[in-house]
Design a protein around this ligand. Structure first.
Ligand code: PEP
Ligand code: MN
Length: 354
């Protein structure tokens, strides 16, 4: 399948502002990013889906006019933007936007995806499909199938993380297993990662980008802005253009030969790293809860160690271990260590307040 999103061995890099805010802002981005040889396309939000009304909702058509002007000034520049309706598609194509993407909130709505893809029937426009906010691989797959159904050929998925109850310090939890499952279902489909919307904070963007490459993602979409602190949307996650340049030069793109170990092994190790990071986060939450419990016990004059509770807890965990096919000896030892640490923390809490 010919797919321009997978036309080289190097990851497909897209960078640019969350939203277009002024002609000068976009012109600066173009000037700097055209010097970055690995940046293939500039993202530029024209219409912004806001969670609550009243925020900056994008400049719409005037911003598209700047896009068209900058394309006349720089023949080599490519732009992409989000579309959420047939009208957006019509306007974006009219002003010469080179590629489109369907945003997370839109992917979750099959009617909207159908409307957008119908508007693209007969065009060869490259399109990216972000995952819906909920971790449902089939709704993501369905949106991609709707693109295929109208004859689009240049398609990529974009992993922007998932909005779940506990996001572990991320804006949107990475849940890497979901894009990995999408890859299993659609092995020819390029999958990009959007570390900016996953992280939500610029400090997390470099590490997430590298993790994505280690997991064999085919590209990255990174939000960057000349003056992120003044950005009208997603200010805390956008990188300065200098920071973007640094990030791009720091990326380690491992070919299979360079890795010296099979690609599959690397991918599995990265998944293990991600699971360990999540496990430690959960552990930290567990201990925070037992500290709270310690406080309540203290206020109610309840002793820290409650043998009955411990017996029933251990019984429950060993039963779960059996169901999961885990060694009960291992789980017993692990639970004893965790319980001992909880008791230690509750005692510490008690001595603090005495
Ligand atoms: C965006 O790319 O700026 C955006 C709104 O992202 P998402 O659809 O992933 O929330
Ligand atoms: Mn954004």
């Amino acid at each position: 399948m010919c797919n321009l999103f997978k036309d080289s061995n190097y990851p497909y890099i897209i960078a640019g502002p969350c939203s277009v805010e002024s002609r000068q802002q976009l012109a600066t981005v173009v000037e700097v990013l055209l010097r970055e040889k690995t940046v293939r396309m500039i993202r530029c939000g024209i219409w912004k889906p806001r969670t609550r009304p009243g925020g900056f909702e994008g400049l719409g058509e005037p911003a598209l006019q700047w896009v068209a002007e900058l394309k006349r000034e720089h023949a080599e520049v490519r732009f992409c933007c989000e579309v959420a309706s047939a009208k957006h598609v019509e306007l974006a194509l009219h002003y010469g936007i080179d590629a489109l993407w369907i945003g997370a909130r839109t992917t979750g709505s099959p009617f909207a995806v159908q409307e957008i893809t119908e508007a693209l029937r007969g065009y060869d426009t490259p399109i990216m499909v972000k995952n819906a906010p909920n971790p449902d691989v089939h709704i993501w797959q369905g949106a991609i199938e709707r693109c295929l159904q109208v004859g689009l050929r240049h398609i990529a998925a974009v992993h922007r993380g998932f909005d779940i109850y506990n996001n572990f310090g991320y804006r949107n939890s990475p849940l890497w297993e979901v894009p990995i499952e999408l890859h299993r279902l659609m092995p020819d489909l390029p999958i990009f990662c959007d570390p900016s919307h996953i992280g939500g904070k610029r400090e997390l963007v470099t590490e997430l980008s590298q993790t994505a490459l280690d997991l064999h993602f085919d590209g990255l979409m990174i939000e960057s802005h000349p003056t992120p602190n003044e950005a009208l949307t997603d200010s805390s996650q956008q990188l300065t253009l200098d920071a973007l340049t640094q990030l791009l030069s720091s990326l380690v793109v491992k070919t299979e030969e360079q890795q010296g170990t099979p690609a599959e092994l690397q991918a599995l190790r990265s998944q293990i790293d991600a699971i360990d990071h999540q496990s430690l986060q959960l552990m930290a939450e567990r201990f925070a809860l037992s500290q709270k419990i310690g406080h309540i016990k203290q206020q109610n004059n309840i002793t820290i160690f409650q043998p009955k509770r411990w017996d029933s807890l251990l019984h429950d965990r060993l039963q779960q271990a059996t169901h999961l096919g885990l060694s009960t000896a291992f789980v017993k030892e692990m639970m004893e260590k965790i319980h001992a640490e909880s008791v230690r923390l509750q005692e510490e809490e008690l001595h603090h307040t005495r």
